[in-house]
Design a protein around this ligand. Structure first.
Ligand SMILES: Nc1nc2c(c(=O)[nH]1)N[C@H]1C(S)=C(S)[C@@H](COP(=O)(O)O)O[C@H]1N2
Ligand SMILES: [Mo]
Length: 309
């Protein structure tokens, strides 16, 4: 089944059973792009459930998810990605998978999707800037892809890179980030079943501004770890350099686990503002590991989460 985590919202909570089952059948098709309209607006509006913490969660609307973005390749304004990312050519798309793997190579998007089971995962997304959303992603477990290409003995980290296309990405003209945008995970984090490569939202192909055609989603980490529009995945035995850690090592650690007890040097991380929150637009408490503590805390047993932030 798609949902193995108590702290996830599930579509069972929010959609009539038969709609849910239809969705599952459709999504079992490998890499199928889902037609729009499967999720009724009413079901979406009722998408309220109790999760891990004590807080009611409401799915953010597609409108909210696609108009308030961080994708600095298209500019630093929250509405820049919605305005400019349409210029991104997403087909054909290729991803280089290299480093310590048995089957390195350049894979087309379709080859990547072959044999992958696309599921819906409803996750909180918590930006380090203190805003958050709840997003119904469509995607597959990164572990399934890594297992297919064969991770070699000794590999300890996975590095990711975003496409770098100056002619399509106006934000690259500004050297805020040492482009290309890079991210990385420890191998056990990458293999964790909560970690997905997402290819859609609300059953539609990934909107460009959200990282089309394929982006990482690591729900227990600050949003900047969830790198968009990936063109390279490298298995390595060295902790990879990451975009925001390079920008400011003190402010943005390699781990970047959501932690309400460790303040950013310039602001508290204890609370967050849920986008489109209506009644909940006021600040709500940030949850340890963004509400996924039961699932992931063991990955960091014995580590000082203030030192390794
Ligand atoms: N390549 C790339 N990936 C990126 C970013 C970026 O600027 N460039 N921004 C990150 C940040 S800070 C956040 S909060 C999330 C936002 O994802 P969303 O726009 O889909 O909500 O994407 C992350 N992935
Ligand atoms: Mo972010």
């Amino acid at each position: 089944m798609a949902y193995r985590y108590n702290s996830d919202l599930t579509r069972d909570d929010v959609t009539p059973r038969e709609v849910y089952l239809n969705r599952r059948q459709i999504m079992m098709g490998s890499g199928a792009m889902l037609g729009a309209g499967l999720i009724g607006g009413a079901a979406h509006a009722q998408a309220v459930a109790q999760t891990g913490g004590a807080w009611d969660l409401t799915l953010n609307s597609l409108e909210e998810i696609t108009t308030y973005n961080n994708f600095y390749e298209f500019g630093t304004g929250k509405d820049d990605p919605a305005r400019y990312a349409r210029a991104l050519t997403t087909a054909p798309w290729e991803i280089v998978i290299d480093g310590m793997v048995d089957n390195p190579g350049t894979y087309s998007f379709d080859q990547i999707m072959e044999g992958m089971t696309v599921e819906e995962r409803i996750y909180r997304l918590r930006c380090v800037e203190r805003w958050s959303m709840v997003v119904p992603w469509n995607g597959f477990e990164l572990a399934d892809l890594l297992n297919r290409v064969g991770v070699q003995e000794g590999a300890q980290y996975v590095a990711f890179e975003t496409a770098m296309r100056p002619e399509e990405m106006p934000g690259l003209a500004y050297p805020i980030i040492d482009w290309p945008y890079r991210e990385g995970l420890r191998l056990d984090e990458a293999m964790h079943p909560l970690t997905i490569l997402a290819t859609g939202i609300y059953g539609e192909a990934m909107p460009n501004q959200n990282g089309a055609p394929i982006r990482l989603v690591v729900p227990w980490k600050y949003g900047y770890k969830s790198i968009k529009s990936i063109v390279r995945i490298t298995l390595t035995d060295e902790q990879p350099r990451t975009a925001w850690n390079t920008y400011s090592t003190q402010e943005y650690g390699f781990y970047s686990n959501v932690n309400p007890n460790r303040d950013h040097p310039r602001w508290s991380q204890a609370e967050e503002r849920r986008i489109g929150g209506g009644l909940f637009a006021s600040r709500i408490p940030t949850l340890m590991f963004n509400g996924y503590e039961d699932e992931v805390a063991s990955l960091y047993a014995g580590m000082d989460l203030n030192e390794f932030h």
